[in-house]
Design a protein around this ligand. Structure first.
Ligand SMILES: [Zn+2]
Length: 272
């Protein structure tokens, strides 16, 4: 298993892909901050419309990113992310929502899933954890937004359950990629957040919360991996990119490293 950055002919790192997803069945990628047209502090491939960047510029970035992947911008579907655990099933009626304007995005939703080929699902991130899911048997794709609030509410595990309820996905068939996001190396949290994780996940609290010299670090990658395993995914069906966005803020956008006024990378998936 691996997460590798794809480069264009000039050596620009355009996006990363997981080897775990079968490319013949599903197109997926996690963007970098390279190759777009946004200006500082959104330079250059900002894919989010809620951060103060010009919407027309973001549309151009979205067209470029999808173009690299051979995906259809007209069907690009994206939600208003609010750090909660609402999951929406995207069909023809929702296809294209949010592509041109934030106001038109699917409201108050932090995970999207679909079984319709050719609809690119997209969620945006700056340090929060992208969780990409694909069931190659039922042909269902999903992306969840796991910041600390979504992760503590088990949005990744709930998305697997939603795939099972809507489409008959068996968790043991499901493949997962945990994308670039803030690592335990850089993710310092307070007692309040650490306490919520210890309370939500007492069975593996010692593996996800650690304390060194009075500073508490939280491991969102491992929390999402372990909750997916508890949801029934096989350990060898879960790939973690292992790339910390705060350590690599030159390549990805990072809320912690750069502050709130920065761009957003995106994870995209579309069934072939
Ligand atoms: Zn780090």
């Amino acid at each position: 298993m691996a997460f590798e950055l794809h480069k264009d002919e000039n050596g620009t790192e355009q996006y990363g892909i997981f080897s775990i997803f079968p490319q013949g069945l599903v197109v997926h990628a996690v963007s970098t901050r390279f190759g777009g047209v946004s200006k500082t502090p959104y330079d250059s491939m900002n894919l989010a419309m809620h951060v103060g960047d010009d919407e027309a510029v973001v549309v151009e970035n979205r067209r470029r990113f999808l173009g690299w992947l051979g995906l259809d911008f007209v069907r690009l579907t994206t939600p208003e992310q609010v750090h909660d655990d609402n999951i929406v099933c995207v069909g023809e009626a929702e296809a294209g929502r949010g592509r041109f304007s934030y106001a038109d995005s699917i409201p108050a939703t932090d995970a999207l899933m679909t079984d319709v080929p050719g609809i690119p699902l997209m969620l945006c991130f700056a340090d929060c954890t992208p969780i990409l899911l694909f069931d190659p048997v039922r042909r269902v794709a999903a992306i969840a937004h796991g910041g600390w609030k979504g992760t503590v509410r088990s949005i990744a595990a709930k998305t697997v359950r939603a795939m099972a309820e809507a489409f008959g996905t068996r968790p043991e068939d499901c493949l997962a990629g945990i994308g670039p996001s803030i690592g335990a190396c850089c993710y310092e949290v307070g007692d309040d957040v650490a306490g919520k994780f210890r309370e939500a996940f007492p069975q593996f609290a010692d593996e996800i919360v650690s304390e060194h010299n009075g500073v508490i670090h939280l491991d969102l990658w491992k929390t999402n991996r372990l909750q997916l395993e508890e949801a029934g995914l096989l350990p060898n069906h879960i790939d973690t990119a292992g790339v910390c966005t705060a350590c690599h803020a030159r390549t990805f956008f990072s809320y912690r490293a750069e502050g709130p006024t920065t761009g957003r990378i995106a994870a995209v998936m579309a069934i072939k």
